[in-house]
Design a protein around this ligand. Structure first.
Ligand code: HEC
Length: 136
């Protein structure tokens, strides 16, 4: 139901705007996959809460957050906290190349959840986060 709504919204947005600003096929596939793994409905709010949540690294006791590299506002470019490498904005509204590649999303969610939270994200968390990111 939720996915259907997003698809309809995406279609309307696509028809009314010259640039695409919404759900991607890759995200829709992943959300369906997460639900088949037992996740419930996905929430943008829960995704946002996770995005700004502070986690403490067990070894260094330092705070880790998604925002550390990607900033609070996903429409901004970010910077890798350790390497200083520039990271392009994650928001689809300013960077339509985002969330297009299933393999890339999987790889980075895995890596970034491990680094930030200290474990892999659950299917529910991954779905919430993608729902949040694609709404930016
Ligand atoms: C230590 C720095 C760092 C942190 C912290 C971090 N990321 Fe990233 N993230 C990156 C880098 C580097 C890339 C890959 C380079 C790029 O795509 O610009 C990336 C890419 C991504 C992508 C791929 C998007 C796409 O389709 O191109 C997603 C999704 C993502 N990050 C989500 C998250 C989430 C969610 C968190 C918090 C749990 C997080 N990141 C925390 C550095 C970070």
């Amino acid at each position: 139901m939720k996915i259907q709504k997003v698809t309809i919204t995406a279609t309307i947005v696509l028809l009314s705007l010259p640039i695409s600003v919404s759900a991607t096929d890759a995200v829709n596939k992943l959300l369906a996959e997460y639900q088949s793994e037992g996740a419930g409905a996905f929430s943008e709010e829960a995704g946002k809460a996770l995005w700004i949540q502070e986690f403490t690294d067990k070894k260094t006791s330092k705070i880790r957050q998604c925002t550390a590299c990607h900033t609070d506002d996903l429409r901004n470019g970010g910077k890798h906290v350790r390497t200083g490498k520039v990271i392009k904005p994650l928001a689809l509204s300013v960077n339509p190349e985002r969330l297009m590649d299933l393999k890339k999303i999987r790889k980075w969610l895995k890596r970034n959840c491990k680094w930030t939270i200290g474990r892999e994200c659950s299917s529910q968390e991954k779905g919430d986060i993608l729902t949040f990111i694609q709404a930016q």
